[in-house]
Ligand binder design. Structure first.
Ligand code: ADP
Ligand code: MG
Length: 275
């Protein structure tokens, strides 16, 4: 597949819905017929657990091992380490090994490009690769941003994002200037939206005012929902756990929005090739 899109789901703040968004956008895309790979780039391994692989210490292969092999230029066989989920997506899992891996990266040549180099061999099998980033802007996250075509930023609607967003946007800018010139921000997705409070509205207004000229804010918003919290322990997506609920509807809408934006971009590329 020549049109693979690699998206980093990124925000250095924890608990904003990165992992939940990776699972449900990823499986949402698969339900729309896309071939999807999810990558757990957080040593906490939450994405891996959420998808049902609970015994993180006994994973046969992990992202850390595949990145180590990439650094050592060892051969990686086709499909090595890729887990298959019953809802039609693939997963590269992670566990705590990724923390020590992050330290090893410091001495590696092309340390920012290890994930990108690894993905070169595998990305052509997929239309979408979503990378669930960890809550820091360290070397693993820099690797994710260096490998990605674009970034989706989940923002928790209950807090006014101040310094954290500025720092994130600066880091994305730095990676773009120094390592990955084609990196784009696809948009901000508002998560944990409690429509009964004014805070959600205020957060959205603030985001639009401060960042609206730099990036879009998705019109699909993810509501706070008990089922969306429960599903992280079930090894499945919100579409199979509570398919008629508000969170499933919101993630289905977000999925459509993401696909639509991708198609608009393809059209633009096509027409610029014509000119
Ligand atoms: P992050 O990956 O950014 O740390 P998570 O996706 O793990 O964030 O979400 C943080 C916590 O909030 C988790 O316990 C998750 O189950 C819960 N959560 C995520 N989305 C929702 C939602 N829409 N409604 C209620 N709880 C949610
Ligand atoms: Mg997470």
């Amino acid at each position: 597949m020549t049109n693979t899109k690699i998206v980093a789901i990124c925000n250095q703040k924890g608990g904003v819905g990165k992992t939940t968004t990776t699972v449900n956008l990823g499986i949402g895309l698969a339900k729309e017929g896309k071939k999807v790979l999810l990558i757990d780039a957080d040593p906490q391994g939450d994405l891996t657990t959420c998808l049902g692989w609970r015994d993180g210490d006994n994973l046969e292969t992990t992202l850390a091992m595949l990145m180590e092999k990439t650094i050592r230029e060892e051969e990686i066989t086709k499909g090595e380490g890729v887990l298959h989920h019953k809802e039609g997506i693939d997963l590269i899992p992670a566990n705590l090994e990724l923390s020590s891996m992050e330290m090893n990266l410091v001495n590696a040549m092309s340390r920012e490009l290890t994930l990108r180099n690894y993905l070169k061999n595998i990305k052509n099998d997929y239309e979408y690769v979503l990378i669930d980033c960890m809550p820091s802007l360290g070397m693993i996250t820099i690797n994710a941003l260096s490998a990605a075509d674009s970034v989706i930023i989940p923002v928790q609607a209950q807090y006014l994002p101040a310094k954290g967003m500025t720092q994130l946007v600066q880091t994305i800018g730095k990676v773009k200037r120094n390592i990955n010139p084609s990196l784009k921000i696809d948009g901000i997705v508002m998560t944990l939206v409690d429509s009964r409070t004014n805070l959600a509205k205020e957060t959205e207004q603030t985001l639009r005012r401060q960042y609206g000229h730099l990036m879009k804010v998705y019109s699909s918003k993810i509501p706070v929902a008990t089922k969306a919290a429960e599903v992280s322990a079930k090894g499945e997506s919100i579409f199979s756990y509570d398919k008629n609920g508000t969170a499933a509807r919101a993630y289905a809408n977000l999925t459509k929005e993401v696909i639509r934006d991708g198609e608009k971009r393809k059209d633009r590329v096509r027409s610029s090739q014509v000119r």
